[in-house]
Design a protein around this ligand. Structure first.
Ligand code: XMP
Length: 530
């Protein structure tokens, strides 16, 4: 990733200065699975962070005027051929450094310290003992529960360094030269309970950072930048009702008011009440110039007789683009296209070989916009993580129904009706799905359910209602826990909740006579049924 190549607006000004006014810490990515987490933890401590590949040049990094550098862990050994090495500037420039795990080993290795393969790989909880006071462990107990994950460790202090912590397996679990620090454990993971304090100490006491990265400050700075970028121009935005496009809309609207035109396409494949919610919130409460395009007939006509899931996706994606383009032509001209791109997308798209996982998801993005539009992009959330976007949304006054909304696929209910999609089936599914959502919402977020919905199956089964024999449809309930949708497990819903869901669906949704609960995990199943 090249900082200079990052287009569009960002909290860091494109002219090479930190125009946003936030103290910035750069996290250098040496390939750890926790690199993004480190960047998020720094943000949570109130300091703006940016994640860059380990070999980014000092010239590029210096433009960000970093107050500190964090070297992530990584899977390599410093002795591996071709292993990422310590950039020379890390020891040359006068900027505080925190090396975590592999980052620490790199410092030791560069300064004549000893790095050795431990007798056995240490993975899991451990205890460290603080052996010498230092700002890093300020106001922390001398014995800390930490999380370790390493094969190599530092066995001899590098020149100019003193040890500040040890563990039973790693005699040098922490070290410093007064300006740079190395720690063997992972402060960023939840299994290091006081890890946030260690990071905070580094940020505040070692780097002297102001902890001003808050939703309110971000909003002020983003508004200034949007105004600067857009000038007197007009901005078009595809509003899906999802968190990202909603927050982008609210933010841009606050910056430029009616010069933003959000276009909402009702594809007829939405959940119960969803289109009304969008109209209420954006059209009425926020008073936006909302273009509400009811294209449900067109979508349904094109989906008629189509049973193949990929074909459904293709049709919904294609029809979305057609509708969006014709609305843009109708209400234009526009100078800018706004998108709710988030920081993880930026990281993934600019580091193609590091994390292939996310790519699986991007092919799903049928809501993607045409590539031949000739607008400049406005992407005000480009440097935010998802939880930050939600916070910004709350601060902008968006309701919980939008800010805390569960992910919903672009092709909508079309991939939750197995087989042909008809208007009648959409109505059946909508009502069953509303019951599932209501009942699970009632349980509160203690269960941390990631997604929950109903799926309508093309199967009919026999039932009995009163004195009558019935022959109705089957509805599957899907509720999963997950961190990122890449893996998922079925949610252990209380039996009572399942009983209520089942009862209510068969009583309230005529046509459905049987309800089943999906107890498959991902993998091997997927979250959606199609
Ligand atoms: P699967 O079913 O692959 O879903 O386990 C993983 C996540 O992606 C969502 N999903 C989609 N999102 N367009 C989208 O925008 C799609 O075509 C699509 N298919 C699945 C799914 O809801 C889950 O969050």
């Amino acid at each position: 990733m090249k900082v200079s190549a990052l287009p569009t607006i960002a909290p860091t000004g494109d002219d090479g200065t930190t125009g946003h006014g936030f103290d910035t810490v750069v996290v250098l990515d040496f390939g750890s699975q926790y690199s993004q987490l480190i960047a998020r933890r720094v943000r949570e401590a109130g300091v703006y962070s940016i994640l860059l590949p380990w070999d980014t040049s000092w010239e590029e990094i210096a433009r960000l005027q970093p107050k500190g550098i964090i070297l992530s862990g990584g899977p390599a050994s410093v002795y591996d051929e071709g292993a990422p090495s310590l950039p020379a500037w890390v020891l040359r420039e006068d900027v505080p450094v925190l090396g975590i795990c592999y980052g620490m080993q790199l410092i030791a290795n560069a300064l004549d310290g000893g790095v050795e393969r431990a007798a056995h790989r240490e993975y899991g909880p451990a205890k460290i003992e603080v052996t010498q006071p230092s700002p890093l462990f300020k106001e922390l107990p001398t014995s800390l529960d930490v999380w370790m994950s390493h094969a190599d460790h530092v066995t001899r202090l590098p020149t100019g360094y003193v040890g500040i912590a040890r563990s039973s397996n790693a005699p040098i679990a922490g070290m410093t030269d007064g300006r740079r620090y190395g720690i063997q454990f992972h402060p960023e993971v939840a299994h290091t309970p006081l890890g946030r304090d260690v990071l905070r100490n580094f940020l505040v006491d070692v780097c002297n950072c102001q902890t001003e990265w808050t939703a309110e400050h971000f909003i002020d700075s983003a508004i200034r930048q949007i105004r600067e970028m857009v000038g007197g121009g007009r901005v078009l935005l595809g509003l899906s009702g999802g968190v990202d496009s909603s927050v982008a809309a609210a933010l841009i609207h606050r910056a430029i008011g009616d010069r933003l035109t959000p276009v909402f396409v009702d594809n007829g494949l939405l959940r119960l009440g969803e289109a009304d919610l969008v109209r209420d919130v954006f059209g009425r409460a926020f008073g936006m110039n909302l273009v509400f395009a009811d294209a449900s007939e067109r979508f349904l006509n094109r989906l008629e007789g189509v049973a193949d899931p990929e074909e459904k996706r293709r049709i919904v994606g294609d029809e979305f683009i057609r509708t969006f383009e014709s609305q843009a032509a109708l209400h234009g001209p526009f100078d800018f296209l706004a998108q709710g791109t988030l920081y993880p997308d930026v990281i993934e798209s600019t580091a193609p070989d590091t994390k292939s996982a996310m790519k699986i998801k991007t092919h799903h993005n049928v809501g993607g916009l045409p590539t031949d539009l000739t607008f400049s992009l406005v992407e005000p959330l480009r440097y935010l993580f998802k939880d930050e976007v939600r916070e910004v949304g709350r601060a902008l006054g968006l309701p919980a129904e939008i800010v805390d909304r569960q992910p919903f696929p672009g092709p909508g209910l079309a991939v939750r009706i197995i087989g042909d999609v008809t208007k009648d089936d959409l109505d059946l599914l909508r009502r069953a799905d509303a019951v599932v959502r209501e009942e699970i919402d009632e349980l509160g977020d203690g269960l941390r359910v990631w997604q929950y919905f109903a799926v309508l199956l093309p199967v009919r089964t026999v039932g009995v209602m009163g004195d009558y024999r019935t022959y109705g449809r089957v509805c599957a309930v899907r509720a999963v826990t997950s961190e990122d949708a890449m893996t998922a497990d079925w949610a252990r819903l209380p039996y009572e909740a399942l009983a209520r869901i089942s009862n209510r669906i068969v009583n309230e949704v005529h046509g459905i006579t049987r309800v089943v609960y999906d107890i498959s995990s991902k993998p091997p199943a997927t979250i959606e049924w199609e």
